[in-house]
Design a protein around this ligand. Structure first.
Ligand SMILES: Nc1ncnc2c1ncn2[C@@H]1O[C@H](COP(=O)(O)OP(=O)(O)OP(=O)(O)O)[C@@H](O)[C@H]1O
Ligand SMILES: [Mg+2]
Length: 278
């Protein structure tokens, strides 16, 4: 990026809490065997520090691409991404990712899977401090009893918890979650959603979660970013969820505002679906 091209975010030189994570005119074109494929175009989004955002949209519209761009796992074809006023160029421990398939190393125990991340981020600390961090993260997700187990010895929900513990152990400023509860049964999912809500409130971290689940999006989010269909997908609408915390799912089921927001998201998705079919 040339000096002339420096964006407003970088010019300000310090972290702007209103625009903590910022996407400016982001475009993503993939080179494929059949030629270039323009997945994202004109994506503009500012996320406040401590805010929790859900990204929702039809399959293949570009949700994971947006998340991977913020993670620094992808570089945009044009446009800029910033975190705390700095351009995102590579992955960094301040932006931890919880992948959909939990991606644990099968030959390591739960403890070792989390500890690997701790060693990387907190390499300057003593061994005892690192071990304490690892135990604390596993305790946070209720896995103190399973520290010595390997991934093949635990359930899908527990594996997902290890993935979340690993991300949280890094004490990220931004937690990025790609359909983190997609493969779980309803009860495990509800339990983990509640835990995540509690952890996010406590840590003050900024969250970006990709989800297909409308209830999950409304329950957890401060704002829901609804994406248009691809190719050249962009942000269609942004819905603000003005429900006070702590949010209790059973109480919300009867809440008129909750049900209104829920139907707004569904309406957006159905309209997009109809357009896709046409
Ligand atoms: N590395 C790549 N090379 C070529 N095309 C890609 C690549 N990654 C993603 N795409 C294409 O970009 C579009 C957006 O993909 P992405 O994975 O972001 O969608 P998504 O919204 O996360 O979908 P889903 O809900 O199914 O996970 C898709 O058409 C996909 O095929
Ligand atoms: Mg995806």
């Amino acid at each position: 990026m040339s000096i002339i091209e420096k964006s407003n975010a970088e010019k300000s030189g310090k972290a702007n809490t209103e625009k903590y994570v910022q996407l400016e005119n982001v475009e993503m074109t993939f080179s494929t065997k059949k030629g270039d494929f323009n997945a994202l175009k004109d994506v503009n989004l500012s996320i406040k520090q401590g805010e929790f955002i859900s990204i929702i949209g039809h399959s293949g519209c570009g949700k994971s691409t947006v998340l991977n761009l913020i993670a620094g796992l992808l570089v945009p074809s044009s446009g800029f991404l910033f975190c705390a006023g700095r351009e995102i160029a590579t992955p960094g421990p301040e932006r931890a990712v919880v992948f959909q398939n939990h991606s644990l190393l099968p030959w390591l125990t739960c403890f070792e899977n989390v500890h690997l991340a701790v060693e990387r981020v907190f390499g300057g600390e003593t061994k005892a401090q690192q071990v304490a961090r690892t135990y604390a993260a596993l305790e946070l997700v209720g896995l103190s009893h399973a520290v010595e187990k390997r991934p093949n010895e635990i359930s899908g929900g527990m594996k997902q918890r290890v993935g979340i513990a690993r991300a949280l152990a890094m004490e990220p400023k931004v937690l990025l979650l790609d359909e983190p509860f997609g493969a779980l049964d309803a009860l495990t999912r509800a339990g983990l959603q509640d835990e995540l809500m509690r952890i996010m409130q406590k840590s003050g971290a900024t969250g970006v979660m990709v989800t297909h689940d409308v209830d999950e999006a409304v329950l957890l989010s401060d704002r829901i970013v609804m994406m248009t269909n691809g190719p050249s997908a962009s942000i269609g609408e942004i819905l603000t969820v003005d429900l006070p915390y702590p949010r209790k799912r059973l109480e919300l089921a009867e809440n008129a505002e909750y049900n209104h927001l829920r139907s707004e998201v569904l309406k957006f998705l159905y309209e997009r679906h109809a357009k896709k079919a046409a």
